[in-house]
Design a protein around this ligand. Structure first.
Ligand code: 1CP
Length: 340
């Protein structure tokens, strides 16, 4: 079995497996080249292109897992919620959803699998290319993170509208989270059927919540989500910005908890106990001189103390300012230094 899949199951590996969130993106010359001819959405919707982009970091850096090129917002199309990707601000929801009436009007998708045929086809192409050498990860946004996009209309600092709705109309909030959870389950299980060998649930923006609010407004839905996923593949549960939530995220579910650099890996792992851990190098470390970057990577590996179940990753995605050569040096360093 690959080092990545073994680590997901907390089995010993010959070295610490490494992959990077957002390992395919604008920091790569080949990505920019493809992107200069196509919009981001066109790239996602052309299976041969998204497959090629998925494979770029595997071929270029020798990472231990591929992540299917797509986006967390693609699931909104079968829900008939309009969105676009803008050059400057990233994703934008055309008509943000803010009232109980607007939430009731969101349709339950009839046939998600049909609507994401392009994604499932791309997964089949990637799997045929990689066979069993390098595993492929499928992903989705977690219901809270998706809800925050729907309600705010785009990226947000304070999540004012999201929290206003959550606190003032908990019934409408539950309806929205239930609809999103149903869609995410179907979306992820379809990817498993198409061939992905692991799943990641990105709760990128959940860190804005207090532990009490996570427990009340999010965890019941996450619990249901994890119980409904196809049990044949391991699941990574990732969140950023608030280490106080990690114990609650572990209770919600997932074989691997993805942590960011604000948390101390060693302390966090002791506190979480029996679970695999993914993380947690500060992505800015890749902007440092190479020796400094290696020292920082070394500290992450040392803090895992060769415990089975560590997957090396950044604490969040690769920054656009990153040099491709630094990524290659980082991946090689992790393999060499952790070799046992
Ligand atoms: O213009 C471009 O070229 C598009 C930039 C881009 C890319 C490369 C977007 C728009 N999405 C993606 C791909 C993407 N998105 C992947 C690909 C696989 C890989 O990791 O290599 C993944 C896993 C995502 C997931 C995603 N999209 C998340 C969760 C992960 C995270 O970074 O927290 C979120 C929040 C989004 C929303 C999104 N999509 C795109 C942008 C610019 C954003 C806003 C968030 C951000 O800027 O980080």
């Amino acid at each position: 079995m690959s080092a990545f899949l073994s680590a997901c199951r907390r089995e010993p590996t010959m070295y610490t497996p490494v992959w990077l969130m957002r390992q395919a993106g604008r920091y790569q010359a080949k990505y920019r080249d493809i992107r200069s001819k196509l919009s981001f959405i066109e790239m996602c919707k052309t299976p041969e292109i998204s497959a090629e982009v998925t494979l770029l970091p595997v071929r270029q850096f020798g990472v231990d897992a591929a992540i299917q090129f797509a986006d967390i917002l693609l699931i909104l199309e079968p829900l008939e919620i309009g969105f676009e990707f803008t050059e400057k601000q990233g994703p934008r929801i055309l008509k943000p959803v803010r009232t109980a009436g607007e939430i009731d009007a969101i349709r339950e998708p009839v046939d998600i699998r049909n609507a994401i045929g392009y994604l499932l086809e791309s997964i089949r192409i990637v799997r045929a290319e990689l066979s069993d050498r390098v595993p492929l990860i499928g992903f989705a946004g977690a219901p809270f993170t998706l809800a925050s996009y729907l309600i705010e209309g785009g990226a947000s600092q304070e999540y004012v509208n999201t929290k206003r709705l959550m606190f003032s109309d908990p019934t409408a909030w539950d309806v929205l989270m239930t609809k999103l959870t149903n869609a995410v389950v179907e979306y992820l299980n379809a990817q498993v059927d198409a061939g992905v060998q692991a799943l990641q649930v990105f709760d990128s923006w959940v860190g804005c919540l207090s532990p009490a609010d996570y427990r009340k407004y999010v965890r019941p839905h996450m619990n249901r989500l994890f119980r409904a996923l196809n049990p044949s593949v391991p699941v990574i549960h990732f969140g950023t910005g608030n280490p106080a939530l990690y114990p609650l995220m572990k209770q919600a579910g997932g074989d691997v908890i993805g942590i960011d650099w604000r948390a101390d890996l060693e302390l966090q792992w002791s506190a979480l106990g029996e679970v695999a851990i993914m993380g947690n190098l500060d992505p800015s470390s890749l902007l440092a001189p190479i020796e400094e970057m290696k020292q920082r990577a070394k500290r992450v590996i040392d803090s895992a103390k060769s415990r089975p179940g560590h997957i090396f990753n950044l604490g969040h995605g690769v920054l656009p300012q990153t040099d491709e050569s630094s990524v290659k040096l980082l991946v090689d360093f992790v393999h060499e230094y952790s070799s046992r």
